[in-house]
Design a protein around this ligand. Structure first.
Ligand SMILES: NC(=O)c1ccc[n+]([C@@H]2O[C@H](COP(=O)([O-])OP(=O)(O)OC[C@H]3O[C@@H](n4cnc5c(N)ncnc54)[C@H](O)[C@@H]3O)[C@@H](O)[C@H]2O)c1
Length: 283
């Protein structure tokens, strides 16, 4: 069987680790070349460390191991000029751009300053808009834009739960807005066959989940909960009682939406959530 993305070029943000790295590697395994950005420096009011230059280098190594090519930049998705430059460098290397995966995101939970709300929206929502904007002038008919949302965007209580703090409220708000943006923007670009979809993961086994601030959110009864302690609570959200999905589970959905197999799928909210949304929200 031929590769599902042979000859395609994909722009992935937050590519240095976690789901972004997994997407880049899976997309490359299907024959795509990658333009990738990440931010190997801190974001304000974070409660866990973001990716390092070493992480970004490791993604490059893993993509190149598939036989495909990757162009990376240390670029902040809040910096439109830096994204324009990264895309230009990718176009120079590969000649075109076909698919975008706006994946970069932050989720600082707990008691942080109120403006953490704005910091999170700036990365998660404005960053996605900047990413789509940087790519748009280069996209041909039939391109695919994919935004990474979250279960948090589609269940009640993610914006008004005081326990998650201002960062958690900004997270729920930004992910809800991504779902709405994908729906509304998809209609405008549909005449060109350009598709716009969101993927909404449940808790996923990455550094965004595996950190002390998140463990405290899921085990407020303990002073210093461990991963094992939190793992007992994580499955409660899901209909299929697993604590989390793996990055690869999300990447497989991304590959489907990136490929022509989904050529008439647009404006959709694809949930990779172990049934979390079905459990929380009546149809
Ligand atoms: N992990 C989960 O439980 C979970 C669940 C649902 C949705 N998501 C979403 O999945 C996406 C990927 O997250 P992940 O789970 O891989 O977490 P992660 O923290 O491992 O990866 C996020 C990546 O984004 C990068 N990043 C953060 N701010 C950036 C910025 N301003 N500019 C460029 N890069 C930036 C980070 O350095 C990191 O490499 C995010 O959009 C996240 O909200 C995660």
């Amino acid at each position: 069987m031929s590769a599902r993305l042979a000859g395609k070029v994909v722009f992935v943000t937050g590519v240095a680790r976690g789901q972004g790295r997994s997407h880049a590697v899976r997309l490359a395994e299907e024959g795509a070349d990658i333009i990738g950005v990440d931010l190997p420096r801190p974001v304000e009011n974070m409660t866990y460390p973001l990716a390092s230059q070493e992480d970004l280098d490791e993604t490059v190594r893993l993509v190149e191991k598939t036989g495909q090519s990757i162009v990376t930049r240390a670029a902040d998705v809040r910096d439109r000029a830096a994204l324009d430059e990264a895309v230009a460098a990718g176009i120079e290397a590969f000649g075109h751009l076909d698919i975008v995966v706006a994946n970069a995101g932050v989720c600082p939970l707990g008691q942080t300053p109120p403006n953490t709300f704005l910091d999170v929206v700036d990365v998660n929502l404005v960053g996605l808009i900047n990413t789509f904007n940087a790519a748009y002038p280069h996209l041909g008919d039939g391109a695919s834009l994919i935004g990474i949302g979250s279960v948090a965007g589609l269940v009640p209580g993610s914006v008004d739960n005081p326990a998650t703090g201002p960062g958690g409220a900004g997270y729920g708000y930004s992910k809800r807005a991504i779902a709405q943006l994908v729906h509304d923007f998809s209609i405008l670009v549909a005449p060109r066959g350009i598709r716009v979809n969101a993927v909404h993961p449940a808790n996923c086994d990455t550094d965004m989940l595996q950190n002390d601030a998140m463990y405290r959110m899921f085990r407020p009864d303990l002073e210093s909960p461990t991963k094992d302690d939190a793992s007992l609570s994580f499955p409660v959200m899901n209909a299929i009682p697993v604590p989390w999905v793996d990055p690869l589970d999300v990447s497989n959905a991304v590959v489907y939406l990136a490929s022509d197999e989904s050529r008439y799928v647009t404006g959709s909210q694809l949930k990779v959530d172990a049934g979390a949304i079905a459990k929380a929200v009546p149809l």
